[in-house]
Design a protein around this ligand. Structure first.
Ligand code: NDP
Ligand code: 2IT
Length: 445
């Protein structure tokens, strides 16, 4: 048995119930075959792959908090510090009832390669809780965030581990957590969290960065394949931070976005999504998507899922893992879709990914396509260290450069290993090579 298959077997044996983690490891390792084969002896000697699939540290803790009725509630908190070889651990916090160890490990494993691809010195981590923010009052969110940070504070800091937002964690939650961090530490250490508000050390452009970055990369991918984003019909899933700013940038670039979704249903708006209305529904009023259709005559709201049944040229999944399934991929191909770029982390299942690739759809994986968010977090850390604020133009220019470079690197890596056009392999190889070199150089850990 080859080294990769041995390690995949080990991962399955050691993590039998962690299907998302197994899925993420499989996607990465399977596409690394040519790189592993050319270095198999030295990688085996270093146990490189075994190290790479084993988190450096997992922190799990109890999060007690008082609800508005004075009752004690208990959730579980997590921080998985997966790999610190190329910089302080870095990655978001997710608050969603589906959070478990498998999801935390898959996200932090992916983050290692994503952060490597940005070219910035950041290791990989992820954290969060099974806390469900839906239906909670603002004060309940505050008490939860304070309790969560009271424990997490022991393990993070500007040079050790720097959390940020993800599903269910945006500017409000980061503000509450940063306030508690500062109170306990007794020091202003802005670089300990990113995605902060602009009045206390946040970076211009961070809110938009993941969605905008997704479009910068998509544009570059289309350009390299003789296509233009302008004039394309785009299907987006999700209606949160990533989706909203992906829709905004796609529209600015001259594309028409005709769908978005949340966990209750989805919108089809053939006139093009009105992003200001969407922001009002989701960022200001924080209500369900049916409120969008109620305010917009051209839009239809449908319960359940369905965005991938709409005819589109480009599909941008921006909600959550495993939301684009094989049957969805079949509908996209039948409808003439030419490109799928992942705004979310691992939104496409492995069989759907293979189907899209086999049918000539340009496919860019999340670890490259959504890297703009964490890249901008890296820029926020730099600004915090310098005690300077860059202009929005400066940040956006750096973000564009990073996204274009990511595409060039993964395109080249795929070509170097005889897999031109396979951007999954390209992203994994490019991210892996830098990480492998850093780990081997620091042999002791
Ligand atoms: P938000 O919480 O802002 O939005 C998430 C959106 O996805 C909401 O519309 C939500 O609907 C929907 N959604 C979430 N979970 C589910 C589910 N289980 N079933 C159906 N719909 C769901 O999160 P973000 O926009 O920040 O994150 C979206 C994705 O992008 C995630 O995969 C995240 O990991 C990834 N990502 C985020 C980055 C960032 O900077 N924020 C950076 C890189 C990747 P509802 O509100 O109804 O729950
Ligand atoms: O998945 C991701 O890259 C994020 N949620 C952003 C992480 C960050 O540290 O900005």
């Amino acid at each position: 048995m080859g080294y990769i298959d041995e390690v995949l077997e080990l991962v399955a044996k050691q993590n039998p119930d962690q299907k998302e983690f197994q899925q993420a490891v499989k996607e990465v390792l399977q596409s690394l075959r040519p790189v592993i084969e050319e270095n198999e002896e030295s990688y085996r000697r270093e146990a490189l792959l075994e190290k790479m699939v084993t988190p450096e540290r997992i922190i799990m803790f109890r999060v007690p908090w008082l609800d508005d009725n004075g009752n004690m509630q208990i959730n579980t908190g997590y921080r998985v510090q997966f790999n610190g070889a190329i910089g302080p651990y870095k990655g978001g916090l997710r608050f969603h009832p589906s959070v478990n160890l498998s999801i935390m490990k898959f996200l932090s494993f992916e983050q290692c390669f994503k952060n490597s691809l940005t070219g910035l010195p950041m290791g990989g981590a992820k954290g969060g809780s099974d806390f469900d923010p839906k239906g909670k009052s603002d004060r309940e969110i505050l008490r939860f965030c304070q309790s969560f940070m009271t424990e997490l504070v022991k393990y993070i800091g500007p040079d050790t581990d720097v959390p940020a937002g993800d599903i269910g964690v945006g500017a409000r939650e980061i503000g509450y957590m940063y306030g508690q961090y500062r109170r306990i530490r007794g020091a202003y250490e802005g670089g300990a969290l990113t995605g902060k508000g602009l009045t206390y050390g946040g970076s211009l452009g961070r809110t938009q960065a993941t969605g905008y970055g997704l479009l910068y990369l998509t544009k570059e991918l289309l350009k390299a394949n003789g296509q233009d984003i302008a004039g394309k019909t785009v299907a987006v899933s999700g209606a949160g931070n990533v989706a909203i700013y992906a829709i905004e940038k796609a529209t600015t670039m001259g594309a028409k976005v005709v769908t978005c979704s949340d966990s209750t249903g989805w919108i089809y708006d053939p006139e093009g999504i009105d992003v200001e209305l969407l922001k009002d529904v989701k960022e200001v009023r924080r209500v369900r998507l049916d409120a969008y259709a109620a305010a917009r005559p051209s839009a239809q709201y449908k319960e359940g899922r369905g965005v991938w049944s709409v005819k589109c040229d480009v599909a941008l999944p921006c909600s959550t893992q495993n939301e684009l399934l094989l049957d969805d991929a079949k509908m996209l191909v039948a409808n003439g879709c030419i490109a799928v770029c992942e705004g979310a982390n691992m939104p496409t299942t492995l069989d759907a990914t293979h189907y899209l690739q086999e049918n000539g759809v340009l496919f860019c994986p999340g670890k490259a396509a959504n890297a703009g968010g964490v890249a901008c977090s890296g820029l926020e850390m730099s600004q915090n260290s310098q005690r300077l604020n860059w202009s929005v133009e400066e940040v956006d220019e750096k973000l564009q450069t990073i996204m274009v470079n990511i595409f060039k690197n993964l395109d080249q890596a795929a070509k170097d290993y005889g897999m031109a056009g396979n951007y999954v392999a390209g992203a994994n190889i490019a991210g892996f090579k830098k990480l492998a070199e850093a780990m081997i150089a620091q042999a002791s850990f």
